[in-house]
Design a protein around this ligand. Structure first.
Ligand SMILES: NC(=O)c1ccc[n+]([C@@H]2O[C@H](COP(=O)([O-])OP(=O)(O)OC[C@H]3O[C@@H](n4cnc5c(N)ncnc54)[C@H](O)[C@@H]3O)[C@@H](O)[C@H]2O)c1
Ligand SMILES: O=C[C@H](O)CS(=O)(=O)O
Length: 483
């Protein structure tokens, strides 16, 4: 495969290197499982070297000025924008999403870099009025140091952008491990940072044995912060391991988004929002709607319109410009989706459209609407991470809010209503980190992204996104008699 950003080696201390053993991991086409390339199968030793390189680089990088870091990040942003097509093709090849969505992800990545190029120069401190005539009170914010970043396969570029950009802006250095299924978009960040002129060791990207690399990143005391995006299950494992050295942690974890449609909603707008929120990346996003709660008065109309729109979605290769639904990430994901449908139907749900593997075979699956869903079904309780839309009926606002909140997750929630008073009542009672009101696509760098409860800790993007990469220091400046 010819792509100027394809790298099949680790990027450590400014060098492209194989795993010490020379061992590799196959990278496969999500649709067919055919091998498309290899990456290093690294472990603890390579990770230790990457951490040491980041630590050495930090001693200099931390002393660059905010303006210098801002200018380098702008150079990085411009590089990403100029090469968005090549980066998007690489992303679609390894992850499968439609090329248009991949271009959107690359543009979002560039957006995070530009945002934090600007935020780099606004990490203000404070001077607090002193109670003592001979002393002054200063509050400063300083880079935390070496940051470890572990990212998922579903947005292999933008999830790393959300970590690299604020970390570099704050003056930190980074060791990143991309997902095993989609390593190339992560390694491409090494090539981009190298091309932009970031000093060696500031950014280090390595692939390999997730457990071994993860253990070293979590347990090595030189690493002062772990930022993780992935499943709640793995997030809990890493959170516990980071306790041993009391690291700062950011956790962007799983979701179980409710999508509530009230009787007074604009149904066509709600269906448009439902399609976007449910089927983006073939339902493989953390903020995808996981369950639809529809008030009785509009239930039949909403289901009919949603099923009709879902049935029109074009399934195919992500490289085909006509495709709206690419393959799931692998065969395991297909089996999981099938099992959720079987459980729902076995408990009385009905299939309004879809419901089985697509005729294209491989990891392609029919976008599916399930009606008559009830709260005891697995698809209403677990993160689906696939193109299934379970629809359940409700009677009252109280019932909708109670059911929406009845989950250990708290990432994103959506609801549609024309009633402003109801909008405020529901918005204020939903226990979620992010809420879309009459909108199904809410992610933007300006909005602080992150969840509550078992959906995570911390925010990415927004004014708040750089805070997790800074330590606050209080300085009492004495000996100022007569000042
Ligand atoms: N909240 C968010 O912003 C957000 C964004 C994207 C995805 N996600 C979540 O991510 C999940 C899907 O991504 P996934 O399947 O890659 O998640 P995952 O948890 O299986 O893997 C995430 C990353 O952790 C690594 N990993 C796995 N086991 C590890 C271990 N023992 N030690 C160290 N690292 C380990 C993987 O290699 C990968 O790089 C979903 O639950 C989704 O909701 C959340
Ligand atoms: O999967 C989770 C991503 O954060 C989705 S989004 O593109 O940021 O909305």
């Amino acid at each position: 495969m010819v792509n100027r950003y394809l790298r099949e080696q680790n990027y450590i201390d400014g060098m492209w290197v194989h795993a010490d053993s020379g061992a590799t991991i196959d990278v496969t086409d999500p649709a067919t499982s055919a091998r498309i390339g290899v990456v290093p199968r690294s472990g603890q030793a390579e990770t230790r070297r990457a951490i040491a390189a980041a630590d050495a680089a930090f001693q200099t990088w931390r002393r660059t000025t905010a303006l210098e870091r801002s200018q380098l990040l702008r150079t990085l942003h411009d590089l990403i924008v100029r090469n968005q097509q090549a980066l998007a093709e690489l992303l679609t090849l390894e992850q499968g999403k439609p090329l248009a969505e991949a271009v959107g992800e690359i543009r979002a990545s560039a957006g995070y870099v530009l945002w934090f190029a600007e935020e780099a120069r606004r990490t203000y401190g404070e001077m607090v009025p002193s109670p003592w005539a001979d002393r002054r009170i200063l509050v400063t914010r300083e880079p935390v140091g070496v940051v470890a970043a572990i990212t998922p396969w579903n947005f292999p570029s933008s999830m790393l952008a959300r970590k690299l950009a604020p970390a570099l802006a704050a003056g930190c250095t980074v060791v990143a491990k991309p997902a095993t299924q989609t390593p190339y978009s992560g390694l491409a960040w090494g090539a981009l940072c190298e091309e932009a002129g970031f000093p060696k060791g500031v950014v280090n990207i390595l692939t390999g044995n997730a457990g071994e690399i993860g253990d070293e990143l979590c347990l090595n005391p030189i690493v002062r912060k772990l930022t993780f995006t992935g499943s709640t299950e793995i997030g809990k494992v890493l959170l516990a391991k980071c306790a041993a050295t009391v690291k700062k942690v950011s956790m962007e974890l799983g979701g179980n988004a409710p999508f509530i449609v009230f009787d007074d909603a604009d149904i066509d707008r709600a269906v448009d929002g439902a399609i976007t929120s449910k089927y983006r990346n073939s339902g493989q996003t953390c903020v995808c709607t996981n369950r639809f709660l529809v008030q009785s008065g509009v239930y039949d109309r909403f289901v009919d319109k949603l099923a009709a729109a879902t049935g029109k979605l074009k399934v195919g290769s992500g490289l085909d410009p006509q495709t709206q639904q690419g393959p799931l990430i692998d065969a395991k994901a297909v089996n999981r989706v099938e099992a959720l449908i079987k459980d729902a139907v076995g408990n009385g749900a009905r299939i309004a459209t879809g419901g089985k593997r697509h005729m294209l075979g491989g990891s392609f699956f029919e976008p599916t609407v399930i009606t008559g869903a009830t709260s005891d079904m697995l698809c209403m309780k677990e993160e689906i991470f696939g193109p299934i839309a379970p629809v359940s009926r409700f009677e009252t606002e109280e019932e909708a809010i109670a059911r929406a909140n009845d989950t250990e997750f708290g990432l994103a929630a959506y609801f549609y209503t024309a009633d402003l008073a109801r909008a405020f009542r529901v918005m204020e009672r939903l226990k979620y980190g992010m809420v879309g009101v009459n909108e199904g696509l809410i992610t933007t760098v300006e909005g602080p992204f992150g969840g509550l409860k078992e959906s995570g800790i911390g925010k990415e993007g927004g004014r708040q996104g750089i805070d997790d990469y800074l330590d606050m220091k209080y300085v009492c400046l004495g000996g100022l008699e007569g000042s």
